[in-house]
Design a protein around this ligand. Structure first.
Ligand code: IPM
Ligand code: MG
Length: 371
């Protein structure tokens, strides 16, 4: 297959991890006889520095015209610490989500036996955790009217949802639950918020079309607690924009490293794939960031394009790397490999360059990057 992919490396560690993912995609293309054509675009702080805008119009055009988008990370401390900044890197990502109507953000939360010891939770809680957060991405308080009074003493952010916005994300969430353990949990704050009461009403109606899916409801404060107490109870978690933002970061620690988790944002147009970690500016340029979140996002990208065998090959290569302790500094601060080495090893595994029974010593000799 021939596919065009818009690559947006973004800020901080985004470019380094994305570079390794492109390397992995190249290995997939070679092995399975595909052709991936990449168009590199700017977004975020780097785009502000180079063009004045966090989301240049060329970036939107390239995304609209491609089959998928691979995105790195966004954000720069020089904007985080300046509340008066009018232009912010994050506006790029929010603008792109809106422009492409990427209304559903899908974040799988799984555990890997090889890194489970890093989880702050005990094994009894983390064993077998496997759920997916389905976060609404283009509505709610993120996109409602914002106001700061002239004297700067009063601010407001409006939270708005329409029935149509809730319906369009509820359907794919129920369909996904049907393919899994057939359980959907709606997280809201219906005891306080009007928008949450609308979510509950609409989701209950949509549920009638999916009688094989069991549905339950949790208030967001309770959900935050349940994710730590008993994460195994969840299958598909459906929630609005800001609750999903907060809960997905919370849930990410279950797996042991934020650096491992991928995400997909889908909607009417081109879908976007990105690791859930941020731009981690302290690590930028040091070749120490974990590229696996980005590489697993590429697995989701391949699946989205119908390349399921290829996606499985990427996931197997990642598991192989973790099982053999080919890991970055976030996972093993003493014996770690560089970002670029991990990318190379995973790409080589996909290219079948390693025999099945492989001696770790060979790789250490061959790479000579062990610290
Ligand atoms: C995320 C991020 C973004 C969000 C930021 C960078 C705007 O935290 O993708 O979860 O809040 O949606
Ligand atoms: Mg977030």
């Amino acid at each position: 297959m021939k596919k065009s992919i818009t690559v947006i490396p973004g800020d901080g560690i985004g470019p380094e991890v994305t570079q390794q993912t492109v390397r992995v995609l190249d290995a997939v293309a070679l092995r399975y006889e595909h052709e991936f054509e990449y168009t590199y675009c700017l977004m975020g702080a780097i785009a502000i520095d180079q063009t004045g805008s966090p989301l240049p119009v060329e970036t939107i055009d390239a995304c609209l015209g491609s089959d998928a988008i691979l995105f790195g990370a966004i954000g720069d401390p020089k904007y985080d610490n300046d509340p008066s900044a009018k232009v912010r890197p994050e506006q790029g990502l929010l603008g792109l989500r809106k422009a492409l109507q990427l209304y559903a953000n899908i974040r799988p939360v799984t555990t890997y036996p090889a890194v489970q010891h890093l989880s702050p939770l005990k094994d009894a809680q983390t064993n077998g955790v496997d759920f997916i957060i389905f976060r609404e991405l283009t509505g709610g308080i993120y996109f409602g009217h914002k106001n700061l009074s002239e004297d700067g003493t009063l601010a407001s952010d409006e939270c708005v949802y329409t029935r149509a916005e809730i319906e369009r994300i509820a359907h794919p969430a129920f369909k996904l639950a049907q393919q899994r353990r057939k359980k959907l949990t709606l997280v809201d704050k219906a005891n306080v918020l009007e928008t949450s009461r609308l979510w509950r009403k609409v989701v209950k109606e949509v549920a009638l079309q999916y009688p094989d899916v069991t549905i339950d409801f949790l208030f967001v404060d309770n959900a935050a607690m349940q994710i730590i107490l008993n994460p195994k109870q969840f299958d598909v978690v459906l929630t609005e924009n800001m609750f999903g933002d907060i809960l997905s970061d919370e849930a990410s620690v279950i797996s042991g490293s934020l650096g491992l988790l991928p995400s997909a944002s889908i909607g009417n147009g081109t879908a976007l794939f990105e690791p859930i970690h941020g731009s981690y500016p302290q690590a930028a340029g040091k070749d120490i960031a974990n590229p696996i979140g980005s590489i697993l996002s590429a697995a989701m990208l391949l699946e989205h394009l119908g390349m399921t065998t290829e996606a499985t090959a990427v996931r197997q290569a990642v598991e192989w790397a973790l099982e053999n302790n080919f890991v970055t500094k976030d996972i093993d601060p003493v014996n770690f490999y560089f970002t670029s080495t991990i990318g190379e090893l995973i790409a080589d595994h996909i290219s079948n360059k390693f025999p099945q029974a492989l001696h770790k010593d060979n790789i250490e000799l061959r790479k000579s990057t062990i610290i």
